[in-house]
Design a binder for this molecule. Structure first.
Ligand code: 5RP
Length: 231
């Protein structure tokens, strides 16, 4: 199996978590591309999808899957998305595809976050993948300085604007020993819209595609953005 086969295997497994007659949240990226292709085969079973990016919205619409406004939906049960890195606690780096802000909003509104990855995304410590930070354009220089102060080496993602009209700094060289603390620290820098650390609200179910097929892991953590009544 090559990496794309492993992504596809994980994505197809996630179809089992789609609930009949329930709105679903859908992330962004190549793994999710396979998931959307499969979802199209069962689209009659769901009322529609909350999308995490313009790219995902375009693909959903092309395949005839209704896209719903999150403001009309409110909370929903299942959110399926990929990740750039995921640790044993099921905390993630996301935003390689630039959709981190809408992805974090969608994840916050979901009872269950189903993360689909190939095995290369599993790490002991987050930070080898450059950490994406979405920044208001006028604050890029200031935020970059602040990120250097905490040991990062931020690089502006060139010729790129997010769906929200902002810029992305990809932060190299961070050893993220405390993902929750780092998420809060970076979120608190004025000008930061979203940091691509999903530590306060990680994944609930992890589906990993590897050479032998798929492996499934469930989180033991009650994430801080959830309460018991929603699990
Ligand atoms: C997009 C993301 C993606 O989930 C992440 O980049 C993984 O992408 P892929 O499935 O293409 O490896 O966070 O913002």
């Amino acid at each position: 199996m090559n990496q794309n086969d492993m992504k596809k295997a994980a994505a197809l497994e996630a179809l089992k978590y789609v609930q009949k007659n329930a709105v679903l949240g859908v992330g962004t990226g190549s793994t999710i591309g396979y998931f959307i292709d499969a979802l199209a085969e069962v689209k009659e079973c769901i009322p529609g999808v909350v999308s995490s990016s313009e790219a995902t919205t375009r693909k959903l619409k092309t395949l005839g899957i209704p896209v719903l406004d999150l403001n009309d939906v409110g909370h929903f049960d299942v959110y399926v998305d990929g990740a750039d890195e995921i640790n044993d606690s099921m905390q993630m780096i996301k935003g390689g595809g630039g959709a981190l802000t809408r992805e974090k909003i969608a994840a916050a509104c979901a009872n269950t976050f189903v993360c689909v990855v190939d095995r290369t995304k599993q790490v002991n410590m987050l930070g080898t993948f450059p950490l994406p930070v979405e920044v208001i354009p006028m604050a890029v220089s200031y935020v970059a300085d602040e990120l250097r102060k905490i040991g990062g080496n931020p690089r502006l993602r060139s010729v790129y604007t997010t769906d929200n009209g902002n810029m992305i700094l990809d932060v190299h060289g961070l050893k993220i020993l405390d993902p929750t603390g780092m998420e809060e620290l970076i979120n608190n820098i004025p000008g930061v819209v979203t940091v691509g650390l999903f530590a306060r609200r990680g994944a609930d179910i992890l589906i990993v595609g590897d050479e032998d097929g798929v492996k499934i892991q469930r989180s033991a953590t009650v994430w801080v953005q959830q309460d018991d009544s929603r699990r």
